[in-house]
Design a protein around this ligand. Structure first.
Ligand code: DGL
Length: 278
């Protein structure tokens, strides 16, 4: 595979909805020459409530689509799909380390910066039940204490545009007040939708707890892998054209289009493409 891949090819990025745009934004900020193709599987959102088998199936199908679109790398910009589908996508595509998940870079980061501290994770039900963060962190350091809390209302709430308002702050406060999360030193935002409510979460904790948004860590990891394979796009003197950032959704939603404007300066033109219809 690697021999045929060229630096000018796009990076494919996917999530169940708008969450992965937090990762896409961090990647385009760090690597402005990179073309991206984004896929939001809004027809199946929220992934957090689906079975691991269903998520595996969706992830493989989306990865096939991105590979067909000639992507040189695929970033699974969703913790739930990273937990349930990463291995299957690696196996199915044969793209090895050019398939990037969002959990490994985050686990590396917390072990490095919060060694042997108490780490909290908030994530979807599926991610929490997979225990993936606790397992990955334990592999790096068996003493770090990891506590996890499923926060299933948050991703649909954000997807519907409810953030930075009274309703979102009330729901966030109610989750974060659970005794399980008492005395943590750092909190991993274990869902790519949550950076959109990072300020509200930080407001709850004040300076007592470090809130870890892994999108920048993932972008840095993407850069390292591309460098390693000689696949960083050097760009051209013409810069990027409109067609170099493409956004697909499996089901059109108004809130996706509106929220996506928050991330990218230019108006995001959504293309609806239902990959589930054969
Ligand atoms: N953004 C996704 C994640 O990181 C999940 C949201 C959903 O439940 O679809 O887990």
């Amino acid at each position: 595979m690697t021999t045929l891949v060229k630096p000018a090819q796009p990076i494919g990025i996917f999530d169940s909805g708008i969450g992965g745009l937090t990762v896409a934004k961090a990647i385009t900020k760090l690597l402005p020459n990179e073309k991206i193709i984004y896929f939001g599987d809004t027809a199946h959102m929220p992934y957090g409530e689906k079975s691991a088998d269903a998520i595996k199936h969706y992830s493989i199908k989306i990865a096939e689509f991105l590979k067909y679109k000639n992507c040189k790398m695929i970033v699974i910009a969703c913790n739930t799909a990273s937990a349930a589908g990463y291995k299957a996508v690696v196996k199915h595509t044969g793209m090895k380390d050019l398939i990037v998940n969002v959990i490994d870079p985050a686990a590396d980061y917390v072990v490095k910066h919060f060694y042997r501290k108490k780490i909290g994770v908030i994530a979807t039900k599926r991610t929490v039940s997979s225990n993936v963060y606790a397992k990955r962190i334990a592999r790096l350091d068996s003493v770090t204490d990891v506590v996890q809390l499923a926060t299933p209302l948050l991703a649909p709430m954000i997807e519907e545009g409810f953030y930075n308002n009274k309703i979102s702050q009330t729901i966030i406060n109610s989750y974060l007040s659970k005794s399980k999360l008492n005395t943590i030193d750092a909190l991993i935002l274990g869902c790519t939708h949550y950076p959109l409510i990072k300020n509200e979460i930080q407001k709850f904790y004040g300076k007592k707890v470090a809130v870890v948004d892994s999108s920048e860590v993932v972008a840095q990891y993407v850069k390292t892998v591309l460098e390693k394979h000689g696949l960083l796009n050097p760009g051209t003197k013409f810069g990027l054209g409109k067609a170099d950032r493409q956004f697909y959704v499996s089901d059109y939603t108004q809130s996706f289009e509106e929220s996506s404007k928050i991330f990218f300066d230019e108006k995001v033109k959504l293309k609806q493409f239902n990959i589930w219809e054969d």
